[in-house]
Design a protein around this ligand. Structure first.
Ligand code: ADP
Length: 399
């Protein structure tokens, strides 16, 4: 029995020309790199940094940097570089310093992620990995041999993941703040209901007092109901089970109803509540989900009244660009710059950080936004702290 080695194969020689072809394999290597979506290159240094030229550059450079292989110079490439993030420890991020150290032989290889601005102005992330080329005689570094990869997609995915993680953390924080807030929000009206109901039952209270107690109980019950409704509604919105029920809706009537709802609250605070002159009745009947529209306008006007200490709240609508555009304008506390990007997030309350407390759960605007978008519209606002706010939204004109 022979051994397991196969002398026939070990001693086999390809014909000479085939062996030469295999030995001269740089062409295959080149193609292999390109096949792996890499762009091979060699950079031969010039006298000064930035005076080098590229050779043996893969055709893929056209797609990567938008430039023909022959046109690529070191200077051109340097101009494209926006930022360098070295992946190897000890490599400087400054491109001049980095090139200097390579030329001096202090670094013989590097890997970096580089943000480049390509010839058409678009930005791309590339991974550049290269090793020094030495002059066989002098031992000096004369250039670099490397590969560039387009990593823009991976970078984008990473960025999206990061944003998603930040959102999840923020939403977690908001929910915790909401739960803490919720116990206060629910307890306040509940305590009032329980307390004043007990007082009602006690003998000796005068009728006038009883009327006052009844009013407090009614107000607290309404408020409690609103809180519970908001929580149920936002859960429905988040689980996407909210449906539109569209029918003829008279916008004049709706504005009047919203006005009636907040007239007393505004009068109590001594602020002027008014609505813009309405259009003729027959012009303002649209097909929409009246409940959701009413609720959205109510939330905005409610906020305007709540966050205004003096001055006025004005609201209304007009027809613009085949859309019905509503506005709610107030001279209230306004919204600080730092809060603006967040106020439509569920549970977000700008005032939760300040000493002043306002009623609310931080759900009104997110519900309004979700409803308006469901109605095929958009919502936006502009506001200045200490001056006031204007919230606008538009919905399709379905008259
Ligand atoms: P809330 O129940 O707290 O009113 P919202 O979702 O309706 O919740 O509003 C979120 C936050 O946006 C409010 O807590 C407040 O900080 C800010 N905000 C909304 N409308 C106004 C307004 N008209 N003026 C000032 N701040 C406002």
């Amino acid at each position: 029995m022979g051994t397991s080695t196969t002398p026939e194969i070990l001693s086999y020689h390809f014909p000479k020309e085939v062996e030469e072809q295999i030995n001269n394999s740089s062409g295959y290597l080149f193609q292999t790199i390109e096949n792996a979506d890499g762009v091979p290159y060699q950079l031969i240094f010039g006298k000064e940094i930035g005076e080098g030229y590229f050779q043996n550059v893969g055709e893929g450079i056209k797609y990567l940097l938008g430039i023909n292989p022959k046109e690529l110079t070191e200077q051109y490439f340097h101009q494209m570089i926006q930022e360098i993030f070295p992946l190897t420890e000890g490599i400087p991020a400054d491109k001049e310093e980095w090139r200097h150290q390579i030329k001096e032989g202090k670094i013989s290889r590097y890997k970096a992620e580089i943000l480049v601005k390509t010839s058409d102005g678009s930005k791309k992330w590339i991974k550049d990995t290269s090793i020094a080329i030495f002059d066989n005689k002098t031992g000096k570094v004369i250039g670099l041999s490397g590969i560039m990869f387009d990593i823009s997609k991976q970078r984008n995915i990473l960025r999206q993941l990061k944003t998603a993680r930040e959102r999840a953390t923020e939403s977690d924080r908001l929910k915790t703040a909401f739960l803490n807030n919720l116990s206060h929000e629910i307890r306040t009206p509940l305590n009032a209901i329980v307390g004043f109901t007990t007082l009602l039952g006690e003998p000796g209270s005068e009728n006038k007092n009883k009327m006052d107690f009844m009013e407090i109980i009614t107000h607290s019950s309404d408020h409690l109901l609103e809180i519970v409704d908001d929580i149920v509604e936002i859960s429905k919105i988040e689980t996407k089970i909210v449906r539109l029920i569209c029918k003829e809706t008279n916008l004049n009537e709706m504005v009047q109803r919203v006005y009636n709802r907040f007239r007393d609250a505004a009068a109590e605070k001594n602020i002027e509540l008014k609505y813009e002159d309405l259009m003729k009745d027959e012009q303002v009947i649209i097909i929409t989900d009246g409940y959701k529209l009413f609720q959205s306008l109510t939330n905005l006007v409610g906020n305007a009244v709540k966050f205004t200490k003096e001055g006025s709240v004005e609201f209304g609508f007009h027809v613009k660009d085949e859309k019905i555009q509503f506005f709610v304008c107030d001279t209230g506390i306004g919204i600080g710059k730092e809060h603006k990007p967040h106020i439509f997030n569920p549970f977000y309350q700008a005032e939760s950080s300040s000493t002043q407390r306002y009623d609310g759960t931080g759900l009104g605007l997110s519900i309004a936004k979700a409803y308006i978008e469901l109605l095929g519209g958009q919502i936006w606002f502009s506001s200045e702290a200490g001056i006031g706010s204007i919230f606008c939204f538009s919905i399709p004109d379905t008259r």
